[in-house]
Ligand binder design. Sequence first.
Ligand code: SF4
Length: 451
Amino acid sequence: MALTGIQILKMLPKTNCGDCGIPTCLAFGMKVAAGQISIEACPHVSEEAKATIGEASAPPIRTIKFGGPESEIALGGETCLYRHEKRFEHPTGIGVLVATDMAADEIDGRIQRFNSLRYERVGVMLQADIIAVKDASGDEAAFVALVEKVLDGAKDAKLALMSGSAATLAAGAKACGERKPLLYGATADNAEEMAKVAQDTGCPLAVIGKNLDDAIAVSEQLQKAGCKDLVIDTGARTVRAAFEDNVVARRAAIAKKFKPLGFPTITFPCEMTDDPLLEAMVASVLIAKYAGIVILSDLQGDTLFPLLLERLNIYTDPQRPMVVEEDIYPINGPAEDSPVVITCNFSLTYFIVSGEIEGSKVPTWLLIKDTEGLSVLTAWAAGKFGADLIAQFMKKSGIEDKVKHRELIIPGYLATIKGELEEELPDWTITIGPREAGHLPSFLKEWQPAA
Ligand code: SF4
């Protein structure tokens, strides 16, 4: 059971030395209890207390990582059933399947689409993460050759290696070197051999169950054999069964602290239907309901993009607004006579405003003021986008060295602060811009600096 801050405090040295970066042991204990800092950050705590606190404060669904050293994926680490209770920690890994019995051009096409289907939204790069390499013919040499091809062709892909042979998986993992793959996987029949390969290679291992009960039995078997990093396939190959198993596994792990299911799951929409649209819908259901990984038969922009957006929405922390950095953003190559526009640092506002300016083709300086992720009116109402703060930002931003005019365009919704801002910035003329970003292009095209 999770420990409270006070229970953790009892095991700390209580010297308030501050070496952990937190002024007091009580505040540190509270942060450990809230999962905001690791107990390891206190250099003076005993090993015994570390083990007790570490075990008690570990998330009920273990965090599993693979890939690396440059590009790693983390799965699991979840602590709640519903996002509004706190947040979901690690987004579902989206993967595509390649197999040794596929034609070379089909494999090349999937690798090429893995590399090219990437989209930037609100400053976040959206893309698939995993390539699952399947040994479909029992030929170790062909499997290793395919693994090498994927490693070479998709430099940032995280690999899931799929074979029923422990020796083949060991050879594939060896070819991966430092890019540790997920090994898929262990059944009741080969659990011992697979556990040994996972331990020798330091890779996480997938449990393959015939059903949920079988997956629990294999998971217990592997944990007894010393495997700590597991991913669970309950064997479900219909959307209903996979949905039910994911919900039961998540509930058992979070609400009952049931350790055999305290791992992320791997699901295979690619094996549930031959219809690509139906497959995307199945993946969408499983992303929404707890899948750690979904493996697709192929990647196509028209189905991948909505899945990536769905994942972004679900895994965005609802308690933390998305922000961009406070700065001056030059758009369309502005010069010293270009307009200066200011707005807040809420990501959505930034991307809408910058998109409209970019589309207008008018060279513009866009000033982004830190409003802690609040939108224009909310920030103004909260006292984070007032005339005094805008003036302070203008003075320290360096914009006065970039333009020879002194005219600032503020959002239309801030019209009421015009007078106040002119008092704070006596050298500047304040112009009220449009209320809606969509009207910016025509506004900017007509803008001329005051004589
Ligand atoms: S480093 Fe340890 S002993 Fe020092 S204040 Fe932090 S928790 Fe307390």
